[in-house]
Structures are given as structure tokens and as C-alpha cells.
Ligand binder design. Structure first.
Ligand code: NAD
Ligand code: IPM
Ligand code: MN
Length: 356
């Protein structure tokens, strides 16, 4: 089969980790006889520099005409002083909205081989850790009304958190469907003791839960949930939450897996279309030094094969290759511990491709 992939390398370490993912996908294509057809497009700071706009219309059109999108990361200090609506990060938000990517899956899996890179005590993560954050991605405070106004205390700025019942219902359905294929537990995270939008969220999630009698539903407030994530993360199976709470909880979950450089994600629309990207950002502090861990992006590539192309055997081959090089002791700087074999971004890509 021939699959069309729009590639958005972006800024900082984005181009480095995307290049290694293409290397791995090319090995998959050779081994399994698929053709991946890549079209590279601009978004983020590099698009601002080249065209003046963070998300050129051509980028949106090419993404829409592709089967899936693979993105590195956007952003960097050069563009940090631009007005909010012109920043590189707006490109990401624009893509999510334009492509209808309302469901963001962020699996946090602690590979046994990385137990020593996890900052929690061994007994807390013994036997592994396997949870998925299902983050609502096109609503909430990221997309609510925003602006500036004068107040009694002087100039102010505001961002409105708002959720429609339908937005909550469709993300809850994704979470419960996922729980049915896993350990049949959903934890919904909100701030229903304070926020009206969270009370609506909790009510709608409970309604959806009625269609899934086999799934246990738990509700936690976000402050408690962030604490539980480090106290006893094994209690979680599927976490469903709002855009901003999911952003925060997934970075926290990533560290338990050893490094944010390990965490992949899938952003899905209705149907099979998806954009695949690591959970981490453009890491300007380590860009262009062959230091970035490409595994989060490579594992995002595996998610693309599984969720959009339906190639589960090929996806598993990539995941097994990552596991194999970790078992062989290879470590990028972010997960390096004494006695292991130090490698850089390119070597990681080469080794993973070779292991497939
Ligand atoms: P970040 O995730 O880029 O970096 C946080 C820390 O983690 C840094 O110390 C970095 O070196 C390290 N890190 C991140 N990815 C790594 C990897 N693959 N391997 C090894 N170490 C890694 O977050 P930040 O510093 O808050 O943000 C930097 C820029 O990225 C900002 O402009 C931000 O807006 C943007 N950002 C973009 C995305 C995205 O495009 N999806 C996501 C988050 C942040
Ligand atoms: C992420 C990022 C983005 C977000 C930013 C860069 C807009 O942090 O994908 O996690 O907050 O969603
Ligand atoms: Mn984030």
C-alpha cells in the first residue's frame, strides 16, 4: 500500500527527531513492502521566518490531502516576544482545530529496561506502569474567548474555559472505548469543586459511563490527581481530562517513564485521520547537538501505523525495536545512567532501524 504522510519537522530538535523517525519508517517500508510518500511542509517559527505566517494555508491544504501528519515540535526563544496570535505555538493549535483533532492519546509506558531512569522509588513502579492520558484537544481554555480589558486593578488579560456537552461526550466515548480494550478503568480529572465547566464535564462523563457498565469510573480533582500520579501511578488505566489539565498531567506522567523524550502521542479526528507528535517541545537548549532522544517521535510513528494505517504488526515491530536497543543498554543523554552505552540522536535512529 501507498500512504501519504505530511511531515512537519518544525523548530529546535523537531527536524532531528523527525529525520530519525523517517529513517525507521523507511526500514519498515523495505521490510513490509509499503510505500510512504512524504511531503515536507512548514509550520511554527521556521514558517514565520520563511513566509511571515506560522501556519501557511499551503500547510493546512497538504495536511488535509494526506493520510496522516507527523510533526516534530514548534517554538523557540527567537519567537517568544511575538504577539500571542503570531507565535509558533499558534500553528499547532491551528492545525489541531483545522484538522478536527479533538482526541489526544498520550500513553505513558515505563519500559522495564528504564526502571532505573524513573525518579520514583522502585517499589512504586515495580511490575511496570501503563496508563494513557486521553486529553481533549480542541476546546477548553486554549480555544475560549481571550483578550485584554481594563479592570479596577488596572490592565488585565483573560482566557475563558468553556466546554460544550458534545465536546465532553465525544472525548469521554474515546476514553471508555479505550478502557474496554485495556483494564476497564477510567479516571476523569476535573476541578468540579470550583469550576462550572468541570461540573458539566463530570455530569456528561457520568452519562457516557452508563453505556459502559463493565468500566469502573473514578472522578478526581486535578490537584489530587497530580499528587496521585507520583504517589501511586499504577492506580491509573485511562485518564480522561480537559485540554489544559491533560497538557500538565501528561508531562508529569512522562517523567515517570524516565524522560519526556520517551512519550509519543496521537491526535485523532473522527475516522482514521491523525497527527502524530512527541509530547515534548522543541527543546532549544539541546537543539542541533545530536542530544535529543528521538524515541518519543519514533514511537509516535508507530502510533501512526497502528491508528491511521491499521498496520499493527509494523507498529509492534517499531516498539519491539525500541525495547531491544534499551535492553542492549543504549541510552541517549536524557535517560543515561552509569554503566550504560551513551548514544546520540542519530545513533538511536540507526540502531532502532537496524533492529527492525
Ligand atoms: P520542552 O519539552 O521543549 O523541553 C523541556 C525539557 O525537556 C528541556 O530541558 C529539554 O531539553 C528536555 N527535552 C525535551 N524533549 C527532549 C528529548 N526528545 N530528548 C531529550 N530531552 C528533551 O519544553 P519547554 O522547554 O517548556 O518548551 C520549549 C519550546 O517548545 C517552547 O517554545 C514551547 O512552546 C515549545 N513546545 C512545543 C511543543 C510542540 O510542538 N508539541 C510542546 C511543548 C512545548
Ligand atoms: C503540547 C504543547 C502544546 C500544548 C503547546 C506548544 C501549544 O505543550 O502539545 O503538549 O499546550 O498543547
Ligand atoms: Mn505540553
Amino acid at each position: 500500500m501507498n500512504y501519504k504522510i505530511a511531515l512537519i519537522p518544525g523548530d529546535g530538535i523537531g527536524p532531528e527527531v523527525v529525520a530519525e523517525t523517517v529513517k525507521v519508517l523507511e526500514k519498515v517500508s523495505q521490510k513490509y513492502g509499503h510505500t510512504f510518500e512524504y511531503t515536507e511542509v512548514l509550520a511554527g517559527g521556521c514558517a514565520i521566518d520563511a513566509t511571515g505566517a506560522c501556519l501557511p494555508q499551503e500547510t493546512i491544504d497538504i495536511c488535509k490531502a494526506s493520510d496522516a501528519v507527523l510533526l516534530g515540535a514548534v517554538g523557540g526563544w527567537q519567537w517568544d516576544t511575538l504577539p500571542g496570535d503570531q507565535r509558533p505555538e499558534r500553528a499547532l493549535l491551528g492545525l489541531r482545530k483545522e484538522l478536527g483533532l479533538f482526541a489526544n492519546l498520550r500513553p505513558a509506558l515505563l519500559f522495564d529496561e528504564l526502571a532505573d531512569a524513573c525518579p520514583l522509588k522502585p517499589e512504586i513502579v515495580e511490575g511496570g506502569l501503563d496508563l494513557v492520558v486521553v486529553r481533549e484537544l480542541t476546546g477548553g481554555i486554549y480555544f475560549g474567548e481571550k483578550g485584554f480589558k481594563d479592570t479596577d486593578l488596572g490592565p488585565a488579560a483573560y482566557d475563558v474555559e468553556q466546554y460544550a456537552e458534545e465536546e465532553v461526550r465525544r472525548i469521554a466515548v474515546v476514553a471508555f472505548d479505550m478502557a474496554m480494550k485495556r483494564n476497564k478503568k477510567v479516571t476523569s480529572v476535573d476541578k468540579a469543586n470550583v469550576l462550572e465547566s468541570s461540573r458539566l464535564w463530570r455530569r456528561v462523563v457520568a452519562e457516557v459511563a452508563k453505556d459502559y457498565p463493565e468500566v469502573a469510573l473514578d472522578n478526581l480533582y486535578i490537584d489530587n490527581a497530580t499528587m496521585q500520579m507520583v504517589r501511586y501511578p499504577k492506580q491509573f488505566d485511562v485518564i480522561v481530562t480537559s485540554n489544559i489539565f491533560g497538557d500538565i498531567l501528561s508531562d508529569e506522567a512522562s517523567m515517570i517513564t524516565g524522560s519526556i523524550g520517551m512519550l509519543p502521542s496521537a491526535s485523532l479526528a473522527k475516522g482514521n485521520f491523525g497527527m502524530y507528535e512527541p509530547v515534548h517541545g522543541s527543546a532549544p537548549d539541546i537543539a542541533k547537538q545530536n542530544k535529543a532522544n528521538p524515541m518519543a517521535t519514533i514511537l509516535s510513528g508507530a502510533m501512526m501505523l497502528r491508528y491511521t494505517f491499521g498496520l499493527s504488526e509494523e507498529a509492534e515491530a517499531i516498539e519491539a525495536a525500541v525495547k531491544q536497543i534499551l535492553a542492549e543498554g543504549y541510552r541517549t543523554p536524557d535517560i543515561y545512567t552509569d554503566g550504560k552505552k551513551a548514544i546520540g540522536t542519530k545513533e538511536a535512529g540507526d540502531l532502532i532501524a537496524a533492529a527492525i
